[in-house]
Design a protein around this ligand. Structure first.
Ligand code: SF4
Length: 425
């Protein structure tokens, strides 16, 4: 617990530590020692930092709060995916997933508590938005996970709860913490930022010169369907998004990963695939096709549909891969673990219950397939735009006012999303 006058050790950069020790009349290398304890060894107990003198440890305990996030729950699926529920020192819980690809581990970190985007197929979106995470809260999810596992994680993707570019400043600072050789020291090409398509954030990432990889969750090649599947996209229509991606590629020269979650009868026809080819013309993209876990009335595409879809993309010269959305049995779709934990806390379900959301029918939602096929492309006003999952579990049309999300929570304005520093505090 932080006392008056204390700063959070979690939020100190290497330069902050160097300045602290310099002003205390100590040698600069002390900054490297403490960053090594915190970010490489995952030791946050000052008394255990035995290469620091007793007086120094007392001063550090006086001046800093060394609270860090704590893992409260761990679920594991048969495919090796793990999911952690992590409680933050200042309150709130987020989910972090760990994916295994052979000997390599990838951590899927959260950037916000909840998410204001409100994708109707996503448990996080259905739960609404609580607050932004700080840079330290984002980066330390990796460190506490590594300490818990007793081994290093090789890759990080900002693809847990939240939209990184609605919390851009903290996300970029967290990347600097993870990448700095003085702190976690993770290679920059081992870090990926995954966005729902916030165009200003994509441009800011390009200008930052950080050199991380970029993934964009597209899910549709037409604005009307995309604004149903990714509600924030009505602020950043596909024309603007594609322009940002071309600018990003001009600056960085990097290939962009396109994530395309596939839902039966919604976005998985051959015509949808042709529309995607047309939309991505001129962009060097690697396309991940993801037959998505069922949630919110959206059903998983059949293997035949996915293969036909992939064939169209390949014929047009795109590299593609069919990915399995893993961990469905452990609530690994984003937001489901936190949501089930909240419900357990309210006595609605038992902890570690196998009961799942959406697909198992415990949410009163109309199956997407019963609402007829979605158009491949069309003008606006098809009757579905603005239809969202709301916090009360119903699926209904939004008020129509931009800036509103599920349950009436505010989605930050287009301007407010830029930088978006710690709005919820
Ligand atoms: Fe937010 Fe991603 Fe879930 Fe959409 S899919 S609501 S962007 S966390």
């Amino acid at each position: 617990m932080r006392t008056a006058g204390q700063r959070s050790a979690l939020e100190n950069s290497y330069d902050d530590w160097a300045e602290y020790f310099r002003s205390a009349g100590e040698a600069q290398y002390r900054a490297g020692q403490i960053c090594d304890w915190l970010w490489k060894r995952g030791v946050w107990d000052v008394e255990s930092m035995t290469n620091l003198g007793l007086d120094m440890r007392e001063n550090l305990s006086r001046d800093f709060d060394f609270s860090r996030p704590v893992i409260k729950q761990e679920n594991r699926s048969p495919d090796g995916t793990k999911k952690f529920l992590i409680h933050m020192p200042q309150g709130s819980a987020v989910e972090t997933a760990l994916l295994r690809q052979g000997p390599r581990l990838t951590a899927c970190l959260s950037t916000q508590v909840g998410c204001p985007v409100g994708c109707p197929f996503c448990a996080t979106g259905a739960g609404g938005f609580e607050r932004n995470l700080s840079a330290g809260e984002i980066a330390s999810q990796l460190v506490v996970m590594e300490k818990h596992l007793g081994r290093a994680v090789q890759n990080v993707v900002m693809m847990g709860m939240g939209e990184p570019f609605l919390n851009t400043e903290a996300t970029l600072d967290a990347i600097r913490v993870l990448n700095s050789p003085k702190m976690r020291g993770l290679g920059i090409r081992h870090i990926t930022v995954s966005t729902a398509g916030i165009a200003p954030g994509i441009r800011e990432l390009a200008e930052s010169g950080l050199g991380v990889r970029l993934a964009v969750s597209l899910h549709a090649a037409a604005d009307d369907l995309r604004s149903e599947l990714v509600p924030c996209s009505s602020d950043y229509p596909l024309g603007e998004l594609m322009s940002a991606l071309r600018d990003y590629q001009r600056v960085t020269g990097d290939r962009i990963t396109i994530e395309y979650a596939m839902f039966k009868g919604t976005n998985d026809s051959v015509e949808h695939a042709r529309a995607l080819v047309h939309r991505l013309h001129g962009i060097h993209a690697y396309i991940n096709l993801i037959p998505a876990n069922e949630f919110g009335g959206y059903a998983r595409s059949s293997p035949e549909s996915v293969l036909k879809f992939q064939s169209v993309l390949r014929s047009a010269g795109f590299e593609t891969e069919i990915r399995t959305e893993r961990g469905g049995e452990i609530n690994a779709s984003c937001g489901q673990l936190r949501r089930s934990s909240d419900m357990a806390g309210r006595g609605e379900i038992k902890k570690d219950s196998p009961r799942r959301f959406g697909a198992s029918g415990n949410e009163p939602q109309t199956p997407r397939k019963d609402r007829g096929p979605a158009p491949v492309s069309a003008g606006r006003g098809n009757g579905r735009q603005g239809v969202k999952n709301h916090a009360d579990g119903t699926r209904r049309r939004d008020s129509g006012r931009p800036g509103r999300s599920a349950g009436g929570r505010n989605i930050p304005s287009k301007e407010g999303r830029r930088g978006g520093k710690d709005r919820g505090r």
